[in-house]
Design a protein around this ligand. Structure first.
Ligand SMILES: Nc1ncnc2c1ncn2[C@@H]1O[C@H](COP(=O)(O)OP(=O)(O)OP(=O)(O)O)[C@@H](O)[C@H]1O
Length: 296
């Protein structure tokens, strides 16, 4: 069996503010093997994002955070050696967020952000080579005019386009682990479906391990090899995806399944013929900023 790239064991997390202490994780354990696609599913506030933030060593240093237990990322303990995790972020371990447009720094052009991404981890790269690699990466996520997209600001692209840009950036350095936190939930369902399929194809062909965070069980069905169900800071059920769908044991998993919107075929919807929403990379839709409007 492949080695785990992420191991979480008996992880507890509490936030302290003044005299108040709020426990949000109550001893969760999970793992993601090399090349495996694993989903962490649960309702809002159940503790999905904080788990990913701990794996990225982003929460440990915050005042009031009390974390106990093991979080091992590519062989390094995220609590004891946060600097080692920080050094791997952006190339060996990467992340995709819910709202792609606000995740991209609005004051830089896509090309400039991409160049920084390609230099993550101190890699030396000439500007021309960075541009060539960025164009190739954007072409791979099926952006029709990569050169034009690289010269654009994030607010000039649609939410769907920015999500593709984020996917391209997250995979550009060949990470071993991708943390995808509700990717595309800020987008409409058809665009979300398209981008998730694209991400799925790319990570599957490259063998990138993914921890896929979602509140929607039916979305992960098509994507994940295994699923963990988290409820109020506890893993209440886990198993192989098909087994979990065909024979859910925990009442919460059953409720989550019943509540999940029925998408076509139980998974992501197929696109209607001719519904290519991406013909123009400068097209603004999905309720994103209007052209010329700079988002914060
Ligand atoms: N920095 C923080 N300080 C205090 N409490 C926090 C902090 N970050 C998260 N929490 C709390 O921890 C709990 C878990 O939050 P988390 O963001 O992990 O939920 P989630 O399952 O990802 O939900 P969503 O799907 O809405 O993002 C919530 O009650 C949240 O309010």
């Amino acid at each position: 069996m492949a080695d785990p790239v992420l191991t979480v064991r008996d992880l507890h997390l509490a936030f302290r503010k003044g005299r108040q202490r709020t426990e949000v994780l109550h001893g969760i354990s999970l793992h993601v093997n090399a090349g495996e696609k694993v989903a962490l599913v649960g309702e809002s506030g159940s503790g999905k994002s904080v788990t990913a933030q701990l794996a990225l060593a982003r929460l440990q240093q915050e005042k009031g955070t009390e974390a106990e237990g093991l979080i091992e990322v590519l062989g390094h303990d995220a609590t004891r050696s946060p600097a080692r995790i920080a050094a791997m972020r952006g190339h060996r371990v990467t992340m995709i967020f819910q709202d792609p447009t606000s995740a991209l720094n609005p004051v830089f052009r896509i090309g400039e952000i991409f160049e920084q991404v390609l230099r993550a981890g101190g890699q030396r790269l000439r500007a021309q080579e960075a541009r060539r690699r960025a164009e190739a990466a954007l072409a791979e996520v099926q952006i029709p005019d990569p050169a034009r997209a690289l010269d654009s600001y994030p607010f000039q692209l649609s939410g769907g386009m920015n999500q593709r840009v984020m996917i391209a950036m997250a995979l550009a350095n060949g990470p071993e682990l991708l943390l995808a936190d509700e990717p595309g939930t800020a987008l409409d369902v058809t665009v979300q479906a398209q981008t998730l399929r694209l991400m799925d194809d790319l990570v599957t062909s490259r063998g990138t391990a993914v921890l896929f965070i979602s509140h929607n069980l039916s979305v992960v069905r098509e994507f994940a090899d295994r699923v963990y169900v988290i409820y109020r800071g506890r893993i209440v059920e886990h198993g192989r995806t098909e087994q979990l769908f065909s024979d859910p044991r925990h009442p919460y998993t059953k409720a989550l399944l019943a509540a999940a919107p029925r998408l076509l075929g139980g998974g992501l919807p197929d696109l209607p013929q001719g519904a290519e929403a991406f013909a123009d990379p400068l097209l603004v839709h999905d309720g994103c900023a209007e052209p010329g409007e700079v988002t914060a």
